[in-house]
Design a protein around this ligand. Sequence first.
Ligand SMILES: Cc1cc2nc3c(=O)[nH]c(=O)nc-3n(C[C@H](O)[C@H](O)[C@H](O)COP(=O)(O)OP(=O)(O)OC[C@H]3O[C@@H](n4cnc5c(N)ncnc54)[C@H](O)[C@@H]3O)c2cc1C
Length: 490
Amino acid sequence: MIDRRSFLRVSALAGAAAFTGAASSGAAFAAGPRPADWSALGRGLDGKLIRPGDASYDKARRVFNSAFDSVRPAGVAYCKTAADVAECLAFAKRYGVPVTSRSGGHSYAGWSTGSGLVIDVSPMSGVSYSGGHATVGAGARLVDVYAKLAAHGVSIPAGSCPTVGVAGLTLGGGLGVVSRKYGLTCDVLESLKIVTADGKTLTCSPTSHPDLYWASRGGGGGNFGVATSFTFRTHRTQPVTLFFLHWPWSKAAAVLKAWQAWAPAAPDAMWSNCHLAHDPSLDVMVGGLYLGGKSACENLLQKLVDRVGSGPFTRYVAPSAYDHAMMVEAGCASLTVAQCHRPGTLPGQNPSGRLVRDSFSAKSHFAYTPLSSAGIKALLAQVAAPGRHLVMLDAMGGAIGRVRPDATAFPHRKALFSVQYFSHFGGAAAWARAAHAAMRPHFGDHAYVNYIDPELKNWRQQYYGVNAARLAEVKAAYDPGRLFRLPQGV
Ligand SMILES: Cc1cc2nc3c(=O)[nH]c(=O)nc-3n(C[C@H](O)[C@H](O)[C@H](O)COP(=O)(O)OP(=O)(O)OC[C@H]3O[C@@H](n4cnc5c(N)ncnc54)[C@H](O)[C@@H]3O)c2cc1C
């Protein structure tokens, strides 16, 4: 018996050669696909292919950042299985169609969409748990990962944004509110399944394709293949304490000086960020999460307040259940899990969803040393510049820093905190560019691949540092024909 997928593959003229070097070089089958070829691709998938003209095309093509709404892919394939992904890759090679992987669609540069075929893994969103290990489909959104694991009393360290996809986050590292205690998302990754350019599904772990496993822990999405599932080591959840402290802007320099000494050196259970906002008024806030009780948290916060030399004008410190804390950090404190999605019926969306997309521009640094007084002055001047924008400093150290810089592809283990220059509003790009340039003498050239920045010149060094050369070797071994291409592709 020949199944439907095999039939389609064999019947396509180019099918037999689809995985050969000739096909990947584009020499043999340079002509693009005809509408009938796209239809055949759609019929061959267990998932759904959406094409221009289809009713849901406009919804399917849009990613999180509406700045990329003008991009019109030739097709969006919602892949249900690894075989679907392989089918799409074969099609892309056969017809020379550029291919882009997509999970949550939050790439800062819009690099999960393009003019060719978007391989969307959102239908692969299952979350299962057994004996300390979670297996998570590559298209799962973080809000669902947290909620489904919470039912088992466990979690993984991951990011805050509820609609970020687990694939993009994990492949680039994954900084989160419990990372000082439990590490980056990629640190608890035990294995992953990934479809490589040759159409094979590989299981990567410390003992199977260890180089690709290593590269998938911080090397960045879109470089080596299309991940379809991840297995993570979990931790047990516990009651936590949430806090938000606001000082007047006149204290911003003192708060920043105190925070950068206190936060990266605090006990692992204490994570915090420092937000310097101009939106529309100037504001300085230290917020965070403590994995423990309120009084122990208060004691630690008092050390920060003592360093600042004056108390905050608002101080919220409250115990919380772990899963509720994740909803608070997600900005979904008053929403249900179903509501904490984008609205819609496409994979990754929820009919009850209430979250809206954003239009933003951002750039990043890592701070390897505390800012000097001049650096603090320079940063506050950027925040005070006209406009509506935000500088977010997220504490690192703890478990993140106990991993060697070359043990995973994420190299910034010795950083004290990450820095983001972020703006939702008009003029955003110009402000982020100016702020980033002004702070470069103070922070140096270090950037986070998950805050991918098309304007970075020496991005290879900035994202990957000591790991850049090894990543290039892994790329050459697993994608020699460079099927997976990004403007900043490894
Ligand atoms: C509002 C917001 C909040 C954020 N918060 C955090 C945070 O708390 N911590 C943090 O570390 N980061 C955070 N990020 C950054 C985030 O981790 C990255 O943008 C991440 O790449 C998004 O993953 P995604 O799957 O949603 O995006 P996508 O745009 O789908 O993917 C990102 C990249 O990975 C590739 N990719 C997607 N799916 C796959 C796959 N299955 N296999 C291989 N490659 C794939 C894409 O081609 C693209 O290049 C945040 C981003 C936003 C916009």
